[in-house]
Write a protein that binds this ligand. Sequence first.
Ligand code: SDX
Length: 443
Amino acid sequence: MGTEEQSENGGGVATASDTLSITDNRTGQQYEIPVEDGTIRTMALRDIKVSEDDFGLMGYDPAFLNTASTRSQIGYIDGDAGILEYRGYPIEQLCEKSTYLEVAYLLVHGQLPTQPQLDQWVHSITMHTFVHENVKKFVEGFRYDAHPMGMLLASTGALSTFYPDAPEVKDEAIRYSHVIRLIAKMPTLAAFAYRHNMGQPYVYPDNELDYPGNFLSMMYKMSEIKYEPDPRLSRALDVLFILHADHEQNCSTNAVRAVGSSQVDPYSAVAAGVAALYGPLHGGANEQALRMLRRVGSVDNIEDFLKGVKDGKEKLQGFGHRVYKNYDPRARIIRNHLDDVYEVTGKSPLLEIASELEKRAMDDEYFTSRKLYPNVDYYSGLIYEAMGLNAGMFPVMFAIPRTSGWISQWLEMIDDPEQKIARPRQIYTGARNRDYVPVGDRS
Ligand code: SDX
C-alpha cells in the first residue's frame, strides 16, 4: 500500500497506488479497485462480469464477520490490544473521572460538555423521567413472572405511540427531544418491569436524586418517605452504565441502525436494539454467566465443568468476543468495582468460583488458543446479584445505558449521506419455476 496522508478525521486518504488489481480468470479481464481506509467498496465488485447481462459479483459475508456497514466516529475498539474508546476517550479515564450522563452527552454530541451544557443536559433528562400513566396499565397486562426484557421491549416500542411527532426523524429539534426522552425514560420503564415482577407498587422518579440514585430509588424504595441511595452502590452503578454505553457496531446497534434506516421513529428503532440484546449470545450473556456459576456450585466442580465445555457440552458463558481477542477492558474495571459493592451488600460465594474458573481457563490452552477471555458479562452479573436483582433483570441493566449508544448511532445513521434503507442481497439456493399441485394430487 502506498504512503497515506492522515485526513483530518484520522482516516487514510487513498493515493494512486492504493488499489487492488484483480484478474478475473473466467474472462482474463483486469480490474483496478480503490482501497480506502483498509476497505474496498463492495459495489465495485459489481463491475466484474462474465457477460454484459451478468449481474456482476457480490461479496458474501454471513453475520458480517468482515463487512464494514458504516463510517462512524462514536465507539472505537482495538480487539487485539483490548482498547475501548468513546469519541476517542479511553474507557478507563471516563470510568475514573466522568459520570454516565456526561458520557451520554459525549456520545450524542461528540464532545465533552462545558458546565452550562452539562447542567442543561442533566436538567432536561431529569425533567423527562416520568412516563404516561397509561404505561402502567399495559405493564399490568403482563403475567407476574414475565421476563423483564420482554416487558422493556414492549414498553419501549409502545412509547412511540405517545408522541405523534416521533416519526419526524429529519427534524433536528424534534428528534433531539426524543433522544432526551429515551435516555430519561429507560430507567423508569426498567424499574416498572422489576416492580411488576416483584408484585410491588411502582415508584415515581425522584428528581432530587442523580441518574443512578433515582434508578435505585425507583427499584428499591418501600415505605420510607425518601429513598437514600448508598453512594458506593450509586457510583458502582454509574460506572457499570458508562461501561455498557456503546460498543461500535455490535449486534443490537446493528439492529437499531438497520431498523432505523427505514426512517421509523427512534422508539421503534431502539426497541429493535432491546430485542437483539435480549438474546443469550449478546445482552443475555450476563444472565447466562450467573446461571452457569450457580450450576458449577463449588470450586471443586470447576475441573469437570471445564471438561464439559471442551467436550462442547456447553459454553463458558461470559467468555469470548467477536472483536476482543484479548481481555475485555470492561471486565477488568467491573471486577475492580465488585469489592466496593460487596462492602455494602456482603460478598457472594459465587465470586470465589468465578475467580478460580477464570484463572483455570486462562491457564488452559483450549481457551487461550481460541482467544477466549472474560468479556463485559462475566462479572457484571455478580454485581447485579449482589444488588438483589433477579437474573432476568441483568440484560435490562445492559439496555438502560446502551440506549445512549444506540441513539447516538441512530443519529449518526440518520445524518449519514451514504446511508439508505438497509436491504442486503442473498445467494438463492432454493427451487425455481415449480408448478402448483392441487392438494388432492400431492403425495
Ligand atoms: C456482548 O459485539 C459486542 O460488542 C457485544 C458486547 C457489547 O458490548 O455489545 O460486547 C456484549 O455481547 C459480549 C459477548 C457476550 N456473549 C457471551 O459471553 C456468550 C458466550 N460467548 C460466545 O457465544 C461467543 O464467544 C461470542 C458469541 C461472544 C462470539 O462468538 P464468535 O465471534 O462468533 O466466535 P465463535 O462462536 O466463532 O467461536 C470461535 C471458537 C469456536 O470454537 P471452534 O468451533 O473453533 O472449535 O470459540 C468457541 C467456539 O465454539 N467459543 C466458545 C465460547 N465462545 C466461542 N467455546 C466455549 N465457550 C465460549 N464462551
